[in-house]
Structure formats: structure tokens, C-alpha cells
Ligand binder design. Structure first.
Ligand SMILES: *[C@@H]1O[C@H](CO)[C@@H](O)[C@H](O)[C@H]1NC(C)=O
Ligand SMILES: *[C@@H]1O[C@H](CO)[C@@H](O)[C@H](O)[C@H]1NC(C)=O
Length: 272
């Protein structure tokens, strides 16, 4: 009976994880090679919060770890600021919501390891990714702990959850800088040696931006008060807690038909 129950749970988990068998893995390499989650290309519903459960990874540049991901629409990312610390990697910046057929009044939503269920950021145990069309901002951070990657405060938005540089072609520094400054407790300041940063903007696109420095703040233009955001506490160390991520990357790469078929067979066998 116990074994039966366990199998049933496994079958259900298998089906749940396999509903979106492709495009479930993102990756953050640097400011020109990274992924975010967006509504599936064929989704008629373009509201982020409605499509968190079936979002797909969309990438730009080279992201070999993001198996099955799609390409980000050209021109969607308009600025990207990359930060790496001992505890996480992140990319923050501006986008052009229209390029991904999103809705300009949409306040956005958050994707993480639970939505879409079983999704991940290659090389890390957790991630949080917010897409905010109304302000044309996005943020993506991958961590091995649930403090730096806090799934539980999605309503607070990018600038609070992922303090960083949100500057870009639409200016925009002022819109998020206040929040970023107060929320900076988890930012990187410390260890210049372990912190790298680079930025790119749309005009120079995927070509430039190899430039990186050891400063925690990024290099793109007008950000006089950014010092405030990069000068507080040191990063929270990873506690290596992986219990929350119960679905392995391997299991979500199975083809949908096989997964669902196997699940139905298993369920049928259990009910017989
Ligand atoms: C994060 O955890 C993964 C294993 O889940 C490990 O391979 C990787 O090295 C860790 N990264 C850091 C920075 O600790
Ligand atoms: C690990 O996560 C579980 C559930 O997510 C939690 O109950 C536990 O306290 C966490 N452990 C640590 C060391 O954070």
C-alpha cells in the first residue's frame, strides 16, 4: 500500500513536471548570454501572471545549459546589467514589451522553481525571474539559497527582490533606484575579487559588452546614486538547501507524450 501510494505520487509528479517538457531551463552566463521566462510563443494569453505556470525559457546569445529554450525576440532586451557574487548571478534591465507581444498595462509576474513547476536555472538550485511590462523592466537571479532567491515576495517587484541596475534607453533610473537602495541588504558590495559586473545596451547589442570590471555596480551611463545600492551588507551565504527542488532536470526533459502516456499507464495500473 505504501509502495502503491508512492508510485501514484511519483506518477502525478511526473505528469505535472512534464506538461511543459521543453524550455524549462534558463541560464545566466553574462549580460549578452542569458535567458528569461516568457509566455509560450503559442499562448494567446500574454499576461505574465496568467502564464507563470506554463512559461518557457527564452534566451539570447549562447546559453548551452538552457536545453530546449527558445530564442528571445530580437530587440526585446534593451539593456542588461550583469552581476556575479559568491551567492548568485543576476541580470537586470529594460526591455521592449511589444517585441514579445506582451501587454503594456500588465504589471507583470514572477517565475521561479515552482512556476512553471520544475523549471530551473542551469548550475543553480533556485532562481527568481520577474517580467514587468508596465515599466518595461525585467530581472533574473539564480542562487543556491532561498534568501537571495526569495520566491515569497513577488508582489514587491524587481527592484525590491533583485536590487540592481535598471538603467537603459528609457532612462528609468529614478523609477527603481529608491527601492533598490533600501533593499540593498542582499547586494554584493563585499569581495571585489568575487564580484564581476558587465553591462550592455541595445544600441551596441550582442557585440560589445565584453567589458567587465570588478566593481559591483555596472558601467552604463547615468547612475550617480548607484553607490548606495552597492555598499551595504555582504551576501548571505548559501545554506545548500536543495530540498525544495524536488524535480530533477532529467525528469523534465522527457518528451511530453512519453511522460503523459507513462503517467496514464501507471495510474491505470494502480487503479486496476
Ligand atoms: C550551486 O549548486 C550546484 C548544485 O546544485 C553546484 O553545482 C554549484 O557549484 C553551486 N554554485 C555555487 C556558487 O555554490
Ligand atoms: C530547507 O528547506 C525546508 C523547506 O523548504 C525548510 O523546512 C528547512 O528549514 C530548510 N533548511 C535550511 C537549513 O534552511
Amino acid at each position: 500500500m505504501v509502495a502503491r501510494f508512492t508510485s501514484l505520487i511519483a506518477a502525478i509528479g511526473f505528469i505535472a513536471a512534464s506538461v511543459n517538457a521543453s524550455g524549462m531551463i534558463a541560464q545566466v552566463v553574462d549580460a549578452t548570454n542569458f535567458c528569461v521566462f516568457l509566455p509560450p510563443s503559442d499562448s494567446t494569453d500574454r499576461i505574465i501572471s496568467n502564464t507563470e505556470w506554463n512559461a518557457n525559457a527564452f534566451c539570447m546569445g549562447s546559453t548551452p545549459g538552457a536545453t530546449g529554450a527558445e530564442k528571445l525576440p530580437s530587440g526585446f532586451i534593451t539593456s542588461a546589467h550583469y552581476v556575479k557574487t559568491d551567492a548568485y548571478v543576476q541580470v537586470t534591465g529594460q526591455m521592449d514589451y511589444s517585441k514579445a507581444n506582451l501587454v503594456g498595462t500588465d504589471e507583470g509576474g514572477q517565475m521561479d522553481v515552482r512556476a512553471p513547476m520544475g523549471s530551473s536555472c542551469a548550475g543553480w538550485d533556485y532562481y527568481v525571474n520577474l517580467i514587468e511590462p508596465v515599466s518595461n523592466t525585467y530581472c533574473m537571479r539564480c542562487c543556491n539559497d532561498t534568501v537571495n532567491c526569495n520566491r515569497g515576495i513577488s508582489e514587491k517587484g524587481c527592484a525590491h527582490i533583485i536590487p540592481g541596475d535598471y538603467s537603459g534607453p528609457s532612462g528609468g533610473v529614478a523609477t527603481t533606484n529608491g527601492a533598490a537602495t533600501t533593499a540593498a541588504a542582499t547586494t554584493s558590495a563585499a569581495a571585489a575579487s568575487s564580484t564581476a559586473s558587465s553591462s550592455s545596451s541595445s544600441s551596441s547589442a550582442a557585440s560589445s559588452s565584453a567589458a567587465s570590471s570588478s566593481a559591483a555596480s555596472s558601467s552604463s551611463a547615468v547612475k550617480p546614486s548607484n553607490a548606495a545600492a552597492s555598499s551595504s551588507a555582504s551576501p548571505t551565504p548559501s545554506n545548500g538547501n536543495v530540498s525544495e527542488q524536488s524535480l530533477s532536470a532529467a525528469s523534465i526533459n522527457k518528451p511530453v507524450s512519453f511522460a503523459v502516456g507513462a503517467g496514464i499507464l501507471l495510474s491505470a495500473a494502480l487503479m486496476a
